[in-house]
Design a binder for this molecule. Structure first.
Ligand code: PLP
Length: 427
């Protein structure tokens, strides 16, 4: 029963565009009425009707240690009476920057912002300012937030010519975004040669997580590193999703490839609205007030967001076994699902990297946007609702990664497996 959710969604649609504050929450890809969440603890979400769900969304990644993680909650409470914002420098910002520089390979200086979108927009501006070039390369199906330069449709010929993906993005902006296919090194190389001397940055999700979970093919990231070195291009790893998730040092540590700039979000705020971008001092010193590239924020480095994120990062740094645990949980989940799906004879692809995974109903290996688009999205919708009914909350779209948290115990894992079995029977 989701009567309260239905009633809230009805009210929401009258006062919020589409009834939600971020489009994917509206369940458009899976149909039905979005579940309105009242609270969460550990591995569980509780909705406004009192239903409980095992959470494999984890706020799209940040809640890596589970919800209401006691040290983070306690840290927030300890600071809340000292005021929630000053608009002036604080000790916490220094500690946060030191913490990030210690954890993330190649980051010598870092600037805090309020979201992953802001981090990616700012990193691109910085790369343009630093190189004096205008164009960027992005990959079809990779998402870097809703900045104008990133909203260029993936895949078709028209898109490759730079037609904006959303009204409101000008053709001029779109023309500076060049599109390549994820895992297609040859394609990127060609694009860069065709635009010799004009490309400021290549921005990539090192493990693509916004079209499901797509690991980089062997040599792909290393190849990007090499091309960028050769052509004086800034390589930006968008680690908003993978940062502090694949490893304490993110995808750079996990996959052993270094970027020039790294964008961060999600885990870095411990559930608060935080983003950051950082890299070599030589590049970061182009940011105002040290340098000419302007970027600012009234609430950037907000003390409550800082204490939340800093506590989370310290916990992750102090407990490296967390990564072994969540990766193992994701692996077991993937293995269990594969077994059931094979028995049922349903075509599927399960991709898993660290604690990120996804399930696509297709026979084709999922390695790029084109292969993702071969998947049966209607079947995913049915599967999503069956899982929800059986007490498991998955991303409400087949084009998203699932996220495992450290709060998933073997019992909760077994519950999930049983829910999966039941849901397949109900398809
Ligand atoms: N980059 C990546 C890889 C993301 O997954 C996201 C959000 O999902 C963003 C950037 C944008 O972050 P935010 O939603 O915090 O603006």
């Amino acid at each position: 029963m989701q009567k309260e959710s239905e009633s809230l969604f009805h009210r929401a649609q009258k006062v919020i565009p589409g009834g939600v504050n971020s489009p994917v929450r509206a369940f458009k890809s899976v149909g039905g009425v979005p579940v309105f969440i009242r609270s969460a603890e550990g591995a569980f979400l509780y909705d406004e009707d009192g239903n409980r769900y095992v959470d494999y969304l984890n706020s799209w990644g940040p809640m890596i240690l589970g919800h209401a993680y006691p040290p983070v909650t306690a840290a927030i409470l300890s600071r809340i009476h000292d005021s929630t914002s000053f608009g002036a420098p604080t000790r916490l910002e220094v500690e946060m920057a030191e913490q990030i520089c210690r954890m993330v390979p190649g980051v010598e200086k870092v600037r805090m912002v309020n979201s992953g979108t802001e981090a990616c927009m700012s990193a691109i501006r910085l790369a343009r300012g630093y190189t004096g070039r205008a164009k960027i390369v992005k990959f079809a199906g990779c998402y870097h937030g809703h900045g104008d330069s990133f909203l260029i449709k993936a895949g078709s010929g028209a898109m490759t010519l730079g037609v904006p993906d959303s009204p409101g993005v000008t053709a001029g902006t779109a023309a500076d975004t060049l599109l390549a296919d994820f895992n297609d090194l040859e394609g990127v190389t060609k694009l860069i040669f065709e635009n010799e001397g004009q490309v400021a940055a290549v921005i990539v999700e090192p493990v693509a997580g916004n079209m499901g979970c797509i690991p980089p093919a062997e040599g792909f990231l290393q190849g990007l590193r090499k091309i960028c070195n050769t052509h004086g291009i800034i390589l930006i790893f968008d680690e908003v999703m993978t940062g502090f998730r694949l490893a304490a040092g993110g995808a750079q540590e996990f996959l052993k490839v270094n970027a020039d700039l790294v964008t961060m979000g999600k885990v870095i705020g411990g559930g608060m609205p935080v983003g950051a971008y950082g890299g070599k001092s030589e590049i970061m010193d182009f940011v105002a007030p040290a340098g000419p590239v302007y970027q600012a924020g009234t609430l950037s480095g907000n003390p409550i967001a800082m204490i939340s994120g800093l506590t989370m990062l310290k916990e992750l740094e102090a407990n490296p076994e967390t990564y072994r645990k969540i990766n193992e949980t994701a692996h077991l989940l993937a293995e269990g699902m594969a077994k059931e799906l094979t028995v049922k004879g349903i075509p599927y692809q399960i991709n898993q990297m660290g604690s990120m995974l996804s399930l696509h109903f297709t026979e084709q290996p999922v390695t790029s946007l084109a292969s993702v688009l071969t998947s049966d999205t209607r079947l995913y919708g049915k599967f999503f609702h069956a899982m929800l009914k059986n007490g498991v909350y998955l991303p409400p779209s087949p084009f998203e990664s699932w996220f495992v948290s450290a709060a998933i115990s073997p019992e909760i894992q077994a519950f999930t497996q049983e829910a999966f079995r039941k849901s397949l029977r109900e398809l």
